[in-house]
Every structure is written in C-alpha cells, then in structure tokens.
Ligand binder design. Structure first.
Ligand code: AMP
Length: 261
C-alpha cells in the first residue's frame, strides 16, 4: 500500500492511472476509521481496480467553535485498517490549502436548511474539499455514506452542475449492534451519553414505523428524552433526518420513510 502526503505526488499517480485507463475507486474520509468507512472501502475494493482512501480532517468544514482540534487522528491504526482492507493508496496530506487560498465551491439548494443552518459554512467546506480531492485523485467512482444524506445530495448536485466525470455511489448506513449509527464522533460519548444516543437511534427507527406525522412524533419523543438536546427533525428526500446534541457531541442520523401509497 502506498501512502502519499503531497498534492503533486497524488496528481502524478492519478495521471498514470488515467493514461492506462484504470478504474479508480475513491473513499474520502476524515480518518478515525470504523466499520462504516470499511464498508465503503470494501465496496470500492469489489468494484474497482485501484482503491484510494483519503484521510484529511478538513478545517474549512468546521465552524470556529467546533471540534477540529480534538477530532480523533489515530493515524497508525487507520493505515493498518486500510492495509488490511486491501487499499492500494492512502492519500493523507498534512494540508490541502495554500496560505492565500481564496476559492470556494458553493451549492445553493441542498446545502440550505438542516445541517446547513446549524453549521453555517459547513457544506461550502465539504464541497470545496471534495472537488479538490476529485481533481487530485481523478476517481472513476466515489463512495459516500448515506448517513450523511444531505452531504450526498450536495455532492451529487455539484457533480452534475460542474460536469465532474465521476460516478457517485451512496452506501447504506452501518450501525452498531445496538442500533447506533457508527460515527467517529461516537468515541466522545461517555457510557451514560452512549445509552442516551442508543435511545435516540431506537426512537428514529420507531418513528419510521408511525403511520403519519413521523417528524412530529419523533420531535415529541426526543424532547422528552433527558440528556439530549434536539437540533432538528425534518423530512427531506423521503428520509426522516435528525440531528441532536448529547452532551457536547452532535449526532446526526436519518432513515428512509416507507413510501405512502
Ligand atoms: P467522515 O470520515 O465522517 O467524513 O466519513 C467519511 C465517509 O464515510 C462519508 O461518506 C460518510 O458518510 C461515511 N460514513 C461515516 N459513517 C458511516 C456509517 N455509519 N455508515 C456508512 N457510511 C458512513
């Protein structure tokens, strides 16, 4: 497995692959890899000749009061997991922005509302880094988790609007055996907080089984749950989408609603 840290070296490698017409599968991550990431990687491994994983905690998608500094960075473990999963190349740059970087990508439809409201500038940062990574890696196929459903919609729209030659694949959310969606941020939770987070995940599942008014039902239940602060509950794109705070940790999740009729 190759590990590349510079943008120039990454572009040199992707130019070689492009010239020989390789199918390159790409999984962008912020590291602290878990079974959710590994599911994306395994899917890429099954479908592509070359598999690239990027590990980069992107500062432009964090707000000034968010967890950029304390975001987990278990680099050796991440590399070992990638190696075991058969990854060909890990792109782990220390920095992707020049000091006078002044260009950003903005999607103005799907990035409105929900996490776009709670985290101003977040999707601008995501859009910018993902387009930069696409230009560095030149993937044929790129894999994203449906857990970040709004992110998938934003990136899909950018790829369409800016004619990016990549096929996006959205992979279903991977959950722990207790139902909690896997997330690098779960490691912030104390045992007590984790119990609350699991209740939150169960209520989301129960909400999807309600015959009507699922969002209102879930909002009511979550407001009653001690130790949890509701950010939003919304239906978007046929999915019940929710964000909450458990202590200092923000958790998001979503589940498809059965189509009516
Ligand atoms: P992150 O490292 O949090 O930026 O996530 C990298 C990619 O992994 C994104 O496309 C996420 O949507 C995806 N991902 C994170 N958690 C999960 C999960 N539990 N199930 C499926 N995909 C996930």
């Amino acid at each position: 497995m190759k590990v590349i840290g510079s943008m120039a070296a990454m572009q040199r490698q992707s130019a070689i692959w492009m010239r020989s017409g390789e199918v390159v599968g790409f999984v962008p991550t912020m590291g602290a890899l878990h079974e959710g990431h590994l599911t994306l990687i395994r899917r890429a491994r099954a479908e592509c000749r070359c598999v690239v994983v990027s590990i980069y905690v992107n500062p432009t998608q964090f707000g000034p009061k968010e967890d950029l500094a304390r975001y987990p960075r278990p680099r050796h473990r991440d590399l070992a997991l990638c190696r075991a999963a058969g990854v060909d190349l890990v792109f782990a740059p220390a920095n992707l922005y020049l000091p006078d970087h002044s260009t950003f990508v903005e999607e103005n439809h799907f990035s409105q509302g929900r996490c776009g409201t709670s985290r101003p500038g977040h999707f601008r940062g995501v859009a910018t880094v993902v387009l930069k990574l696409f230009n560095l890696v030149h993937p044929t196929r790129a894999y994203f988790g449906q857990k970040d459903a709004q992110q998938v919609d934003v990136i899909r729209r950018i790829v369409r609007d800016l004619n990016v030659p990549v096929k996006l694949i959205a992979v279903p959310t991977v959950r722990d055996s207790d139902g909690l969606a896997l997330s690098s941020r779960n490691r912030y939770l104390s045992p007590e907080e984790r119990t609350i987070a699991v209740k939150f995940a169960r209520l989301l599942q129960e909400a999807t089984k309600q015959k009507a008014n699922q969002a209102a039902w879930l909002r009511r239940q979550l407001k009653r749950l001690a130790g949890l602060r509701l950010d939003y509950v919304e239906i978007a794109g046929g999915r019940l989408c929710v964000a909450v705070w458990v202590g200092k940790t923000r958790l998001i999740d979503n589940e498809r609603l059965p189509s009516s009729g």
